[in-house]
Write a protein that binds this ligand. Structure first.
Ligand SMILES: [Zn+2]
Length: 128
């Protein structure tokens, strides 16, 4: 059961949050070379990508964006560049398309629903 405070879920033990993302094609300072359309977008919710029917998205742009998305889903340190740089260029250096990553929601996940790896007693991967 999830508890809410001001319509935001409150986490309990063994839970973590991930932001839902929207990735939208926007115009840069040069014309598009690839078959992008400004306004076309997809969403990231949990581990899933959600594409809209009749809004194709470039395979090459997706390949450039994919490594960034799991980090963009997580709470970030205020000094981390990932917390401030939300516009990503098309990987074709001649193409003016850019892709804006926005947070559009937040979900709470139970650790036990996402992994079978036991929780270690000490973990150097977490930021204090
Ligand atoms: Zn492009």
């Amino acid at each position: 059961m999830l508890l809410f405070n001001d319509n935001m879920p409150i986490m309990s033990d063994h839970q973590f949050s991930l932001y839902d993302l929207k990735v939208e094609t926007i115009e840069g300072d040069k014309p598009f070379v690839c078959a992008h359309t400004a306004g076309h977008s997809f969403e990231v919710r949990g581990e899933n990508l959600h594409f809209k029917t009749d809004e194709p998205f470039s395979l090459y742009a997706l390949a450039a964006l994919l490594p960034l998305l799991p980090t963009k889903q997580r709470p970030l340190n205020q000094f981390d560049w990932m917390a401030t740089d939300h516009i990503i260029a098309c990987p074709d250096p001649h193409c003016g398309a850019q892709f804006k990553i926005s947070r559009i929601g937040k979900q709470i996940f139970n650790r036990d629903d996402t992994t079978i790896v036991p929780l270690p007693d000490q973990n150097d991967w977490i930021e204090e």
